[in-house]
Design a protein around this ligand. Structure first.
Ligand code: BGC
Length: 936
């Protein structure tokens, strides 16, 4: 089985690219180059466990020709690097006449567990040329079922944990093994590893991989991830040692909200003791193999240096307990016990489909203060998520304590009240006098400031480095404009997103919560996709929403849901709806139909649950914890601020989401070719819409509640009949009066408000809100030092201080959903067809911003838009990648007022004017860069 694994290092891959174009010589040389080959959204993944992996590439060109498209492609998959030889060939697509560059399923014979294959692609362009073969890429099949793990057992330390849930020392496990049977070199080695809890793997004193906090959070009763690492270069001839440190993690440690669930344990929600599963496969140049698995021949101890560890509370490390050489052969483990074997969990062990959590950047401290003697506070200059690496000098046995916080109290001490039950405290005890370096491995914190105590003198600034860790999802967006405050806002949104991608999309990274709150990602998903390539991340997390779905169809309030979704925290409007909205966002951004196909039944069950409880189609009953338009401006504590008038009545709010989810289910059905369901849910959505209109919209366009948010959401979801839209819009504008022109929306209505203002003739108001610096506004946060987005508009107010410490995070992304408006309305980049096969560029320049630009590296390549306004003239630069069509909408009704590349629009061969009468000029362009100028 695993013998077919072949070694394909980067060097080897590069060498056969040279021979690759031989077969393409007959055709004229093409102008397109396929690059960026990925399998299941990942570059050269080592463990793919889907039966038909999907392949993708991007097209680049060095030609200055426009309108380039792919007319056909050919994929070859081979067992070895010999892609030209027929013998090694596994599958070829043949020449397929198609513009597709992504979501292309491998259609060859089923591959075996552990097998690696190489693939490449070439393409034909619309000028009749063929590309050279791409540089090769590979994917490896993971372990597909329990048998593929062979005799590997789940193991752990034999010490029975005491009653209670206090953290135990981190188990250390090790096994010596020999490769002496073979005189030959190791040809390749791959290790598959899973854990209940967290695992940090070592071979011969070398840390394996750069992944942290693995395996990631899933519902461990249903799924547990494994990771695969290429460890070819780790294996020595002769004696070897493999070792693992286990952490409590989400499995055995504290998980957000545990403290408030009645009768539940404070930690150890899934299990008390971490466990490990390993299979290491080594192949030698002479064709022999060796397989090392976890079993009771491993040695184990709890006497190691990690005395306690918890994701929320922090890590305690006693360097006096370090055992040098524990992870290399020759170590005396006579005091260690034998590991014990446990029954395999019922959960399916699945390959990790998303980019790993790891340290993706570092921050250096910008200042140290000493608010009290011996209390040093490092300022990293940026609210961040991760941990620190420190090098401090101390005396043997002395302990330093590091407490992490997002903000400071007025007198310069750290503010920790908003962390609630998350201690975020790391402790380190020196083994010897002198300097020592320490970095925790089984915890993470949300912080900008680190308070260090226990040092005998002031530490140097460079003694502490912030290690920024998050799920690695490629950052694909950029944004800049003439207003520095708005640029900082965009940075804050991105930083908040980084900090809240930890295998699941969390609400916050600092207090004892950090759950995959569904409502938050529902609001933020489009912004998230513009900022980062979320495809692989959502491929992991959307199944978590199914694991968390209650038996009656309620989607959970957060996924994973460790507290019994049937009993509590399920079925809330705009939270449960994320189980429908977010897969639809994934489809729009990545063209991923598989996500829709897998989620469809769950989405139907959700809609049917709501319908069953509310046969009159107004969602008045069964709304669970019913959070509504969370943290809308009725929650603000400001002098003179209206106490009421911002919140959409909850039944109105809920019915809007019922409508939109049902409509999305109908759209999903259409995409999936389920005609009957498409009709059924299309009709249901229409009926909900009619019920909504009858119950909540008056003849004069007033919507029950009469709130900015209500109008914005109803217009955004298309619930206002055309005849009443102007009146509803006018009322939305009118609802700014009680707030002196300020915003009053919450988590779910802020983006709809900004978008509807811009689309319905009030773009100037949208800009006014964007640029506003009075409370409540994004500008107020930025002006008051925010480096991430606050949970509440009034998280901190001058003269008043902090909001309720019970809920006051400074790194919550929901209100940062304005990011979607920045990319999608201000610059106007929107997917027109799924996966950006076609794109709309409909920029909305506005007052007091002279210029703006944004780019988005889509699954089909980079799309960019920039505008500059001067004396009412607008200059617009647009770049479209090969094989993508764009509809550029110019802000004029008169095509004669516009030029492209200095020529009248009508004279351009590359631009087709589609529509101009009675609307803004719309012109169709293909790939290339275009400079439009629109005169007043
Ligand atoms: C979280 C939110 C979440 C909410 C539910 C809060 O405690 O931090 O972001 O969506 O609960 O209303």
């Amino acid at each position: 089985m695993l013998q077919t694994w072949i070694r394909l290092g980067a060097v080897a891959l590069a060498s056969f690219a040279l021979t690759a174009f031989a077969t393409a010589r007959q055709e004229p040389k093409g102008v397109l180059t396929p690059t960026g080959l990925r399998c299941e959204y990942l570059v050269n993944p080592l463990a793919v466990d889907v039966a038909k992996p999907r392949l993708s590439w991007e097209l680049t060109t060095s030609s200055d020709k426009r309108n380039l498209t792919q007319t056909a492609y050919e994929i070859v998959v081979a067992k070895t690097r010999n892609l030209d030889g027929k013998d090694d060939r596994v599958w070829t697509s043949g020449v397929v006449k198609s513009p597709s560059t992504c979501q292309i399923e491998y259609e060859g014979p089923r591959l075996q567990a552990g097998q690696s294959v190489v693939w490449r692609v070439r393409v034909w362009d619309n000028l009749g040329g063929a590309s050279e073969w791409s540089a090769p890429a590979l994917w490896s099949v993971g372990l597909l079922n329990p048998q593929d793990w062979g005799s590997a057992k789940w193991i752990g330390d034999p010490t029975s944990p005491a009653a209670g849930t206090t953290p135990l020392p981190s188990p250390m496990l090790r096994k010596n093994f020999s490769t002496a049977h073979s005189k030959e070199k190791v040809d390749h080695a791959v290790v598959y590893v899973s854990a209940l809890g967290l695992c940090d793997l070592w071979i011969n004193e070398r840390h394996v991989g750069d992944q942290a906090l693995a395996p990631e959070w899933t519902d461990y009763t249903k799924h547990v991830q494994y990771q695969a690492y290429d460890v070819t270069n780790y294996i020595e001839s002769g004696d070897n040692c493999i070792g693992a440190l286990l952490g409590d993690g989400w499995y055995a440690g504290k998980v957000g909200l545990a403290g408030i669930v009645p009768g539940g344990p404070a930690r150890a929600i899934y299990g008390r003791q971490p466990r490990l599963l390993v299979r290491l496969d080594i192949s030698f140049a002479d064709g022999t193999h060796r397989c090392i698995v976890s079993d009771n021949t491993w040695e184990s101890t709890l006497t190691g240096p990690i005395v306690s560890n918890d994701l929320l509370d922090g890590e305690t490390y006693d360097a006096r307990r370090e055992m040098r050489g524990w992870n290399k052969p020759g170590f005396d483990a006579s005091a260690w016990a034998h590991a014990v074997e446990f029954d395999a969990p019922a959960a399916a062990v699945v390959a990790q489909p998303n980019g790993p959590i790891r340290v993706n950047r570092e921050l250096h401290a910008v200042a140290i203060t000493e608010p009290k003697p011996g209390v040093y506070i490092f300022d990293l200059g940026q609210n961040m998520v991760g941990w620190c690496r420190v090098t401090f000098t101390g005396k043997a046995g002395a302990t330093i304590t590091m407490r992490h916080a997002e903000v400071l109290n007025p007198h310069g001490s750290i503010y920790t009240a908003n962390l609630r039950g998350a201690a975020q405290t790391d402790r380190y005890t020196f083994a010897a006098d002198g300097p020592a370096t320490y970095e925790p491995r089984f915890t993470y914190h949300g912080f900008r400031y680190v308070e260090v105590t226990g040092l005998s003198s002031k530490p140097p600034l460079d003694s502490l480095v912030g290690r920024v860790a998050n799920s690695s999802a490629p950052e694909v967006g950029s944004f800049e404009c003439s207003d520095p405050m708005v640029n900082r806002l965009w940075q804050n949104i991105l930083w908040t997103q980084r900090g809240n991608l930890m295998g699941v999309p969390t609400d916050c990274p600092q207090r004892d919560e950090r759950c995959g709150w569904m409502g938050d990602i529902l609001a933020f998903a489009p912004t998230a996709c513009f900022n980062m390539d979320m495809a692989a991340f959502l491929t992991k997390w959307i199944p978590d929403t199914r694991d968390a779905q209650a038996a009656d169809g309620r989607f959970a309030d957060f996924s994973p849901h460790p507290y019994g979704p049937d009993k509590r925290f399920s079925g809330v409007p705009a939270w449960g709806d994320a189980g429908v909205f977010v897969p639809w966002v994934a489809y729009r951004y990545y063209g991923d139909q598989r996500i829709l196909a897998e989620q469809f039944d769950a989405a139907v069950r959700w809609v049917e649950y709501i319908r069953a409880k509310n046969p009159d189609l107004l969602w008045k009953k069964s709304r669970g914890n019913d959070y509504g338009d969370w943290l809308n401006a009725d929650t603000l504590k400001l002098e003179g601020w209206p106490a009421k008038g911002a919140e959409v009545p909850k039944d109105v709010f809920a019915t809007m989401f019922f409508y939109r989810s049902t409509q999305i289910v109908a759209e999903m059905a259409k995409v999936l070719g389920k005609t009957e369901e498409a009709t059924k849910y299309g009709e249901l959505a229409d009926n909900i819409g009619r019920a909504f209109e009858t119950a909540y919209i008056s003849q004069d366009g007033a919507i029950t509640g009469d709130t900015q948010a209500g109008y914005a959401l109803a217009l955004h979801f298309g619930l206002v009949p055309e005849a009443l839209r102007a009146q509803a819009t006018a009322r939305m504008i009118d609802r700014f009066r009680p707030y002196d022109g300020q915003i009053s929306t919450g988590f779910h209505s802020t983006l709809p408000l900004m978008t509807q203002l811009s689309l319905r003739g009030h773009n100037d108001d949208a800009y006014r809100l964007l640029l506003n610096r009075k409370m409540p506004s994004w500008g107020y946060e930025v002006d008051h030092g925010a480096t991430t987005v606050w949970e509440r508009w009034d998280g901190w107010v001058e003269g008043r201080g902090f909001q309720d410490p019970g809920m006051n995070s400074f790194a919550h992304y929901a209100i940062g959903a304005v990011g979607e408006w920045m990319y999608g309305t201000m610059l106007g980049i929107q997917p027109d067809s799924p996966g950006f096969a076609s794109v709309v560029i409909h920029p909305h320049p506005g007052p007091d911003v002279e210029w703006a630009n944004a780019s988005y590296h889509s699954i089909r390549g980079p799309i960019a838009c920039a505008w500059k306004q001067r004396e009412k003239q607008l200059r617009l630069s647009v770049t479209i990648p090969p094989n993508v069509m764009a509809m550029v909408v110019l802000p004029t009704r008169d095509a004669a007022k516009a030029t492209v590349d200095g020529k009248p629009l009508a004279n351009s061969q590359d631009v087709t004017i589609e529509k101009s009468a009675d609307s803004e000029v719309q012109c169709r362009v293909g790939s290339g860069s275009y400079e439009f100028v629109v005169q007043p």
